[in-house]
Design a protein around this ligand. Sequence first.
Ligand code: GTP
Ligand code: MG
Ligand code: ZN
Length: 299
Amino acid sequence: METIEGTVIARHGGLIRVQVDNRTLLVTARRSLAWEDGAPEASKIVVGDRVSVDCSESEGVIVAVRKRISCLTRRAVASPKPQVLAANVDQALLVFATKTPEPRQGLLDRFLVACHRADIIPVIIFNKIDQGEGKSKAWAEIYRPLGFTVLQVSARSAWGLGQVKRLLPDRTTLFCGPSGAGKSSLLNAVYPGFKLRVGGLSEATGKGRHTTTMAELMPLPFGGFVVDTPGLKEFGLWDINSEELQSAFPEIRDKLGNCHFSNCSHVHEPKCGVRNAVEDGLINRGRYRSYCQLLEEIE
Ligand SMILES: Nc1nc2c(ncn2[C@@H]2O[C@H](COP(=O)(O)OP(=O)(O)OP(=O)(O)O)[C@@H](O)[C@H]2O)c(=O)[nH]1
Ligand SMILES: [Mg+2]
Ligand SMILES: [Zn+2]
């Protein structure tokens, strides 16, 4: 059997587009795939997967999937199954709008926990700064001291785009966030050659219209790859325990030594260093709320 190696750049139902050197092939996947790392729970090929394609037939067939270096996974809405957004990405740009659609801290904190779990570097982007700062300034003051990069940009006016561009060469970057935040607009602004479809917002709700309908991996002319994804409403955590959750919150990790009980959950125990820090204003209340909510959800 003659096989060649490639990278999955898009899925169209059962058909999978694979990049091999400078050409793309439209192939299918064999039913009994060989997963180098063992079949994952969501054993579905995703964008970013490195695959072996058998080219001995006229139509190529994927026969094996290589070990994933990273994969950003969420619990799909109304389904017990995990959904992998993309494989083998190095960093994720979490794109929110400063004002509309209104950014939700709960969603941001979920993204950050999932990136921590997946060993993917998160970057928080507030787009549409041309419409005003909205919550972006207050949130930058919360998240920057925690070690996260927070950028304020505008795809429309090109404000701050240099900072985004500088993050991209020679890596694979996932663009994710709610529908209508401007992920595709930002990508078009970074490289007009993409010509991605951009959609308006619903006048009634201020939310996006789910313009991008599938994840797609695209090469940048200056090196590196980007993945545009459909907007996300929900992000359920997948495969994470309470210790990992705590360690995903740097400000909680920082106070662990101050709790009376070594197995403190920081929700109801007395003499809790984390809750004291919240009372003293050292830990942001919204962040603490996110932690409690996520802990309840995973337990
Ligand atoms: N004022 C302003 N509007 C913007 C900016 N960036 C994007 N928009 C508008 O926001 C709307 C949504 O943009 P998209 O790029 O389609 O958003 P998206 O995040 O890709 O949305 P989905 O594909 O649905 O997930 C469009 O009407 C854009 O013109 C910006 O920097 N400023
Ligand atoms: Mg889009
Ligand atoms: Zn505690």
